[in-house]
Write a protein that binds this ligand. Structure first.
Ligand SMILES: [Zn+2]
Ligand SMILES: [Zn+2]
Length: 142
């Protein structure tokens, strides 16, 4: 029998990993803290899906807010939850078109290698900032 289809090599190249997607429901106190951030980039969401690769080690992670060059991330695991300012991951696709939306040193694959679950998309001007930060970090002057 002859099998018609693409080679497994080509298939592997375009395989995306699933996203964790564990959902954190923010408390009133956390929402109030996030609402106090000046010049917010995005609307506040009361439910945040984890943006890491499914099966990742350690706490779940989701961006809660971004403003200017700063990104606020919620980390949660069991009863523990933390709001932290983290630097962006400097990774980008080989063509330089897409940057990783996750913070630096995140576990698992980069966001551009994960399936889109219809979650957060950074505002274009914020993506540009992330790109500039990445360039600065990987450039010859760094
Ligand atoms: Zn997770
Ligand atoms: Zn990354």
């Amino acid at each position: 029998m002859i099998t018609v289809g693409s080679t497994p090599y080509g298939r592997e190249m375009t395989t995306f990993s699933p996203v964790c997607g564990d959902v954190l429901v923010l408390t009133e106190a956390e929402l109030a803290e996030l609402a106090a951030i000046p010049d917010p980039d995005t609307e506040l969401e009361s439910e945040l899906p984890c943006e890491l690769e499914a099966g990742h080690p350690g706490p779940h992670l989701a961006q809660a807010q971004a403003s200017r060059d700063l990104e606020w991330w919620m980390l949660w695991q069991h009863a523990r939850r933390d709001l932290m300012i983290l630097e962006p991951c400097p990774a980008e696709t080989t063509d330089g078109d897409t940057v990783c939306n996750l913070p630096i040193d995140h576990p698992g694959r980069h966001s551009f290698d994960l399936t889109d679950i219809g979650g957060r998309t950074p505002a274009p001007h914020h993506q540009q900032k992330i790109l500039e930060l990445a360039r600065r970090r990987t450039g010859p002057t760094g």
